[in-house]
Write a protein that binds this ligand. Structure first.
Ligand code: 13P
Length: 259
């Protein structure tokens, strides 16, 4: 079964509402509607930008999805500063990044936290906010040679206790930390090796059918120059783009590479 690629822009902590609306409008203006027959596209802006960005795409009747960059697992309550899944769902979020390395490193998210977020996201089958679960090793782990075991353990931890019936819409993104924001992209062979290993882990966890249909993305300094070779790899089903998603031109060029 051919997997439909997904190109998702992670805007990180960039763009005020007014800047976000301008960028969304530029993306919409440059977008050819029929691309969506061949590629799914999402942008993941900061929380406050989600609704305004979604409104731009809705107004233009363009099925570009919006996604959040994080979420809390409880549905409501005394959790100052947090955002819940029902809040994301109501504004039409199609995706939610979970376990980005910046959240793991800078904000102390553990594998256990990430698992709770994944479980909360996949539990809801109606109008799902699909998790984009990020995994990836540091340079130290890569140099030491144990990166496949490391990423395998991250995937198993993220999906612990999740049933095969819940993961149909889940996405995994392999983002080696040494390639994020560094301009040092993984080679297509390096990225393919780990994405294939992730799919093997998914096969063990959920069976071949799910593994064949689940999308595994690559992220880490992906840009218009290197996207084509990365996306040509058999186990790379799209990209999670940071810096290059902040300009409409480069983001749209990457989307075009996925057609
Ligand atoms: P860059 O594309 O800026 O390296 O960021 C990748 C990333 O972290 C996407 O989530």
């Amino acid at each position: 079964m051919a997997r439909k690629p997904l190109i998702a822009g992670n805007w990180k902590m960039n763009n005020t509402v007014s800047e976000a609306v301008v960028l969304a409008q530029e993306i919409s203006n440059g977008f050819e509607r029929d691309w969506l027959d061949h590629v799914d596209v999402a942008v993941c802006p900061p929380y406050v930008d989600l609704k305004p960005v979604r409104t731009v795409f809705e107004f233009d009747k363009l099925r570009i999805a919006v996604g959040a960059q994080n979420v809390f697992w409880e549905p409501s309550g005394a959790y100052t500063g947090e955002i819940s899944i029902p809040m994301l769902r109501e504004i039409g979020c199609g995706y939610c990044i979970v376990g980005h390395s910046e959240r793991r490193e800078l904000f102390g998210e553990t594998n256990e936290d990430i698992n709770r977020k994944v479980r909360a996201l996949v539990a809801e089958q109606l109008n799902p906010v699909r998790p984009i679960v990020c995994v990836g090793e540091s340079l130290a782990v890569r140099d030491e040679g144990s990166y496949l075991a490391y990423v395998d353990a991250q995937v198993r931890a993220a999906f612990a206790g999740v049933d095969v019936s819940e993961v149909a819409e889940a996405v995994i993104a392999y983002e080696p930390i040494w390639a994020i924001g560094t301009g040092r992209t993984a080679t297509p062979e390096q990225a393919q090796e780990v994405c294939a290993a992730i799919r093997a882990t998914v096969t063990e966890l959920f069976g071949a059918e799910r593994a064949v249909s689940m999308r595994v993305l690559y992220g880490g300094s992906m840009n218009e120059g290197n996207a084509s070779l990365l996306l040509a790899q058999p186990d790379i089903d799209g990209g999670l783009i940071g810096g290059a998603s902040l300009q409409a031109k480069s983001f749209l060029s990457i989307v075009r590479e996925a057609l």
